[in-house]
Write a protein that binds this ligand. Structure first.
Ligand code: C5P
Length: 227
C-alpha cells in the first residue's frame, strides 16, 4: 500500500472534517484541517484588535502574521489533532460563530494564504495525508492522487452546523447560521486568490441525503482502488 495525498474540498459545513478524520483513521494517515489554520489566524487578529466590527486593518494583520505560529497536537481524549495558536490550545474557541463571521474575509487576503499554504505543503511532505479545505485539490496539492469535492444544500448544511453549535452550548439562531454558511460560500467562491472550486479531476459527492457511513464507504473504496 503506497502513501498518497487525499484532498477533500467543498462548501462550508458539508462534513469535510468529520469524513477526513474517519478516512485518515481507516488508512492510518495523517489528517490536517486547514480550516482550523485560517480560523486561528482570524482569532489572533480579533484578539489583537486587527478586526473591529468585521472591518479588517490589513496593515495590522500583515504585521501580526509574522508572529503567528500554528501547529497541531494530539488530543489523547478525542484522538484528534487540536490546533495550537502561539502555544495555546484554541480548538474550541476557533469554532465560534464570531470567528466564522470573519474568517472568509481573512482567508481572502493573499498574504494570509501564502503563509498558510506554504506551511500546509511542508506538513504533507512524504506522508500518507488527508487534508481538507477549499483549495487543497486546486492549489495546495494539485497533483494529489485522490480528490473529493463535497456539496449539500445550504439548508442541510446550516442545520448540521446549528446543531453542533447548540450541542456545545452556544446561543445562536438558525437564521444567523444559515446566513453565515451562505455568506462564507459566496466569499470563498468569489475571491481572487484561490477561489473555492471543484478541481477538474475531483470526485463530487452531494451528501444532502447521504449518511456518513455511506460516504465513507464510497471514499474508502475509491481510495483503495488507487493505492
Ligand atoms: O473548513 P472551515 O469551515 O473550518 O473553514 C473556515 C474558513 O476558512 C472557510 O470558510 C474559508 O474561508 C477558509 N478556508 C480557506 N481555505 C482552506 C480552508 C479554509 O479559505 N483551505
Amino acid at each position: 500500500m503506497s502513501s498518497i495525498t487525499i484532498a477533500i474540498d467543498g462548501y462550508s459545513s458539508t462534513g469535510k472534517s468529520t469524513l477526513a478524520k474517519k478516512l485518515a483513521k481507516a488508512l492510518n494517515y495523517v489528517y490536517v484541517d486547514t480550516g482550523a489554520m485560517y480560523r486561528s489566524v482570524t482569532l489572533a487578529a480579533m484578539q489583537a484588535g486587527a478586526i473591529n466590527n468585521g472591518k479588517i486593518d490589513r496593515t495590522k494583520l500583515k504585521s501580526l502574521l509574522k508572529s503567528v505560529e500554528i501547529s497541531f497536537q494530539l488530543n489523547e481524549k478525542t484522538g484528534n489533532g487540536d490546533v495550537i495558536l502561539n502555544g495555546k490550545n484554541v480548538e474550541e474557541e476557533i469554532r465560534s460563530l464570531e470567528v466564522s463571521k470573519n474568517v472568509s474575509n481573512v482567508a481572502a487576503i493573499s498574504a494570509v494564504r501564502k503563509k498558510l499554504v506554504e506551511q500546509q505543503q511542508q506538513m504533507g511532505k512524504g506522508l500518507g495525508l488527508v487534508m481538507d479545505g477549499r483549495d487543497i485539490g486546486t492549489v495546495v496539492f494539485p497533483s494529489a492522487e485522490v480528490k473529493f469535492f463535497l456539496t449539500a444544500s445550504p439548508e442541510k448544511r446550516a442545520t448540521r452546523r446549528y446543531k453542533e453549535l447548540l450541542d456545545r452550548g452556544d446561543n445562536v439562531k438558525y437564521a444567523d447560521v444559515l446566513k453565515n454558511v451562505q455568506d462564507r460560500d459566496y466569499i470563498d467562491s468569489h475571491r481572487e486568490d484561490s477561489p473555492l472550486k471543484k478541481a477538474n479531476d475531483a470526485i463530487e459527492i452531494d451528501n444532502s441525503d447521504m449518511g456518513l457511513e455511506e460516504q465513507l464507504e464510497r471514499m474508502l473504496s475509491y481510495t483503495k482502488d488507487v493505492i
